[in-house]
Write a protein that binds this ligand. Structure first.
Ligand code: NOJ
Ligand code: NOJ
Length: 501
């Protein structure tokens, strides 16, 4: 491994550095070796990520977006970041075998739920505490739980839906655990109350124009629609089981409306799912409407492949377009093999026109959460196809499949030019395993990209510079860690499944 002294020194000092594979371009190493290298790195990095992530949890349950207090000041509890991070914590809790560590994770979950229940009762700049909790549209809070009160992009309607999904996970974990779980009776009641607030907010406010998850564009967003729909569907099931028929039927009816709305974001002419409809405020230069938020929407709401799943042709094509776009846009992406011989997928940013540089507006850069999202999408698509026992390569998705590593897909489809009819590959065929492996390999190339820009102490900030590759933006971004942990968890599930294939 070629690591320069400067790299090692700066990593030890905690500077952002290109920690791995920073040496000169080498030949690509064989696949099996690449897979083992990624695996080894992930094992180390997951421990570091989990530690860095939980370092950002405060004793009162607040989840810091980042410990950074200036340039940028991210020393707040954001509803969205906290919900997504705690969904990952719940996942870690479920798979943790060490008793002490499990208890520690359980305590974070409990603290978070109690904190949320507390802040949900406060009037905010987004609105009063009324029958439908208009106040809850507030996107961020000071760490003592008081709502942020200065100008901001508000409301943001995705957070409550994401919070509801996370709390629903908590409740099903607690139920499965039985007696010895992370919450007592009283705390379960607190979770149920917070859940009901989040769901009532969502059921009554999903039509409200909202700032998007990047806090920049006011309008109606695919990300919010998918999150709201899933929260209301799962919420309706939960209410039904718990005897609240009125809420169950109201939530279901809203979810049905959201299903139809979600479908309208597929843009046949552009050939991808667009991020926003009906822009009514905020920035006005997002001309492509191509945004990794669409991929995040899928990852944060997929449930058994039911709707806009990772295997959906429209989703795969959107992922392909995003990847192509950043491949051309960022100078760092001209390099596609690192110093260790690992193939690198393109580093991905939020959207091509992005100008936010982590502190102010100039030029956008690569984001760890965006790059981890592409990795996770590939793992989950592979898992989805593996479970279905069938992959279909057709006119709509073939650009995506043709872009996967290896020439297998070109062989299957008889080359792009001559592609005339759909190709169905079933699990009984040898080529099935090859397609799944190509998806795994592609996911690993995104992880290799993250490894390339992370430093040796395992720090992940918000962004990596499009020109130099060095990390930038908020230090130790909580969501960066959570997103890599989540991608890694899905990779593990995929490998487990492949053992029996
Ligand atoms: C801060 C927001 O959190 C970020 O997403 C946005 O891009 C910038 N403000 C825009 O200035
Ligand atoms: C800016 C991101 O755009 C937004 O999604 C996030 O909630 C905040 N930073 C805090 O991490």
């Amino acid at each position: 491994m070629a690591k320069t002294l400067a790299c090692v020194v700066s990593a030890v000092l905690g500077f952002s550095a290109i920690g791995y594979g920073a040496g000169s371009q080498t030949e690509k190493i064989p696949n099996a070796q690449a897979q083992a290298t990624v695996q080894f790195w992930l094992e180390q990095q997951m421990r570091k990520s989990a530690r860095h992530m939980t370092d950002n949890f405060l004793g009162n349950g607040a989840v810091l977006a980042s410990p950074s207090k200036a340039d940028p000041d991210y020393y707040y509890h954001w509803t969205r970041d906290a919900a997504l991070t705690m969904a990952t914590v719940a996942r870690l809790y479920e798979t943790e075998t060490d008793h002490t560590e499990r208890n520690r994770l359980g305590e974070f979950m409990r603290n978070y739920a109690v904190f949320v229940r507390g802040i949900n009762d406060r009037p905010t700049a987004s609105g009063p505490v009324d029958a439908y909790y208009t106040n809850i549209g507030e996107p961020k809070y000071y760490v003592d739980g008081s709502p942020y009160d200065r100008p901001w992009g508000r409301p943001q309607t995705d957070g409550p839906a994401l919070g509801a999904l996370t709390l629903l996970n908590f409740l099903s974990i607690a139920a499965a655990d039985g007696q010895s779980t992370f919450v007592d009776q009283g705390e379960v009641r607190v979770i149920k109350e917070a859940l009901t607030q989040y769901l009532d907010y969502t059921a009554h406010h999903w039509q409200t124009p909202t700032f998007d998850l990047w806090e920049e564009v006011k309008g109606r967003h695919f990300y919010n629609v998918l999150a709201q729909r899933r929260a209301l569907l799962r919420g309706a099931q939960w209410m039904q089981k718990n005897g609240d028929k009125a809420r169950a039927s109201h939530y279901s009816a809203q979810a049905r409306l959201l299903t139809a709305v979600a479908e309208s974001y597929w843009d046949d002419k552009r050939g991808y799912i667009v991020a926003t409809h009906d822009r009514s405020g905020g920035i006005d230069y997002k001309n492509s409407n191509l945004d990794v938020a669409v991929i995040l929407a899928v990852l944060h709401t997929d449930d058994q492949g039911e709707f806009f799943a990772p295997t959906d042709d429209r989703v795969l094509l959107t992922a392909y377009r995003i990847s192509q776009s950043f491949k051309q846009l960022f100078p760092i992406n001209q390099r596609n093999v690192d110093g260790d011989g690992l193939a690198l997928a393109p580093g991905i940013g939020r959207y091509p026109e992005d100008r936010y540089d982590g502190v102010t507006n100039s030029q956008g850069h690569g984001w760890f959460i965006a790059t981890a999202a592409l990795a996770e999408l590939h793992y989950r698509a592979a898992l989805g196809f593996a479970k279905a026992g069938r992959v279909e390569i057709n006119a709509q998705n073939r650009a995506f499949f043709a872009s996967l590593p290896g020439s297998l897909v070109a062989t299957l489809t008889g080359g792009q030019e001559r592609f005339t009819k759909d190709v169905v590959v079933k699990s009984s065929q040898d080529s099935f395993r090859a397609v799944i492996n190509a998806l795994l390999e592609s996911g690993d190339q995104y992880v290799a990209r993250i490894r390339h820009h992370a430093n040796l102490v395992g720090e992940l900030d918000e962004q990596f510079d499009r020109n130099t590759g060095f990390m930038r933006g908020a230090r130790h971004l909580t969501w960066s860690y959570a997103s890599l942990l989540s991608a890694s968890d899905h990779r593990r599930q995929l490998l487990e499944w492949l053992k029996d294939l």
